[in-house]
Design a protein. Sequence first.
Length: 210
Amino acid sequence: MTTARETVLGRIKGALALAPTPDTTVPRAYRTGRTLPDDERLALFTDRLVDYRATVHTCTAGGTAQVVAGVLREHGARRIGVPAGLDPRWLDTYDGEVQQDSADIPAPRLDALDGVLTASAVSCAETGTIFLDGSPDQGRRALSLVPDLHVCVVDLSTVEAGVPEAVARLDPQRPTTLISGPSATSDIELERVEGVHGPRTLAVVIRTDR
């Protein structure tokens, strides 16, 4: 005696066997190669991030540590997690506790952190999206999703104008996490709820000379 599931799957399999399977060419004529001057990319990227309710701070590479420490202090982050490959100079003026992440630390323990500091791989100005690819200075996905505060350092030189240009800079073999503002969703009455699927607060530090 077959189950309902087996019956349905059997019918689908039979229909697929009878259906023609013509070769299909997927069009790939994406609009690519768009560029914007640095000041326009910075303005557009900042506008999109703020619209997503992220906070944005700009600095030069030499001022990274001071700005990062100020952001962490502003949010009361006394204990933060960092990926193993993060530039330690970014924390030169931070006086809180720093926990270096590793795969041996269970994801639930990351919830005890006040926040996390990571770098980024690529960003898209048009959509205000930050891409993490699991590189040593970005860490595993859990590290950027579990703590309630994510401070992300973005170099302006890695901000592309559009999505095709940003995706072209990514390694398809690496795990990619896309961040467009703090984690948020809406309930059945369209009330915005933040922090459901990731950090409630996103602070982006944009280094304008990198």
